[in-house]
Design a protein around this ligand. Structure first.
Ligand SMILES: Cc1cc2nc3c(=O)[nH]c(=O)nc-3n(C[C@H](O)[C@H](O)[C@H](O)COP(=O)(O)O)c2cc1C
Length: 283
């Protein structure tokens, strides 16, 4: 079992085929307890998460959830809702990724689903309120012992196995200057953890610029306008940003470094990237 959050981040990957074995009660209890405690994002939005469990004798209900073609064998899901408002997508991404990393630490598989699901079916099961949204869900369960060919084909089609080079994602003061540093430096390690983050269609829209002050990191997004038109209120690439924020902060925390998120409005010319938020490390 992984011993640190950085190890857990390195272990996580999208699992699309699940073993039929039920989740053992002690692990289920730990997940439920974690979901109950995960109620507010770092930017202040309210979230709530529930397990959606399909009983053995109700397997026909699985088809209603709309995940069937993409996900095989799972009968448990973590579904979540965020209260509508500014920053809702980032906060949902951050909090749901915490659930996913908790599950990975318990050796359970997960897969972010923002497209391959029927939102109305999950909405009915978690009693979605009018002021809430379900940006994504994840299946939860044991990983089949040998990766099926269909999973490898999906991974290839989505391009899941690669990540963009470090030098094209992270910058020093300006977006013309790639950030360099010792791989053992805690911040460089945390940025490597951002690089490993899951993102919708593996688009990796996060760009981070280190400030001249040496302890502030400004998060920008490279938006794909077509991509964000799919769903009216759900801006999936801002969910990706929340996931990146989660990996950065948890990887730093693993190395006993803390800080805070704030809208720092940096005066950096970031070309076509849109500013989202900054993390300032406590000195
Ligand atoms: C917000 C979000 C939405 C996603 N939606 C889907 C989806 O609908 N169907 C799917 O099969 N994978 C989905 N994924 C998984 C990505 O394809 C996957 O994270 C990416 O290809 C990287 O692969 P990895 O998670 O194995 O590292 C989603 C990921 C994120 C972060």
């Amino acid at each position: 079992m992984a011993s640190s959050m950085i190890e857990i981040i390195k272990q996580r990957y999208s699992v699309r085929s699940y073993d039929k074995k039920p989740i053992e009660p002690s692990k289920r209890d730990q997940i439920v307890e974690f979901l109950r405690s995960n109620t507010t994002g770092p930017l202040g939005c309210k979230v709530r998460f529930e397990l959606v469990e399909i009983a053995e004798n109700q397997k026909d209900q699985l088809k209603e959830l709309g995940t069937y073609g993409m996900i095989k064998g799972a009968s448990v899901f973590i579904a979540g809702a965020v209260t509508k408002g500014p920053r809702a997508m980032e906060d949902f991404g951050y909090c749901m990724e915490r659930n996913i990393l908790k599950a990975t630490g318990l050796e359970l598989g997960t897969c972010w689903l923002g497209g391959s699901l029927k939102r109305s079916a999950f909405a009915a099961r978690i009693n979605l309120a009018a002021d809430e949204l379900i940006p994504a869900v994840t299946p939860l369960g044991y990983v089949v012992s040998k990766r099926p060919v269909r999973d490898s084909i999906i991974r290839f089609a989505v391009g899941s196995n690669g990540r963009k080079p470090f030098s094209t994602l992270f910058f020093d003061q300006t977006t013309d200057r790639p950030l360099t540093g010792n791989p053992d430096d805690p911040v460089i390690r945390a940025l490597e953890c951002v690089r490993l983050a899951p993102s919708a269609s593996n688009k990796q829209p996060w760009r981070i610029v280190k400030d001249v002050d040496n302890h502030s990191y400004h998060f920008y997004i490279k938006l794909d306008p077509m991509y964000n038109k799919f769903f009216k209120e759900i801006k999936i690439q801002f969910v990706d940003m929340g996931i990146a924020m989660c990996h950065f902060e948890l990887a730093l925390k693993d190395q006993v470094i803390s800080g805070e998120w704030k809208d720092a409005k940096p005066s950096i010319d970031a070309g076509g990237f849109k500013y989202v938020i900054s993390f300032t490390i406590k000195k």
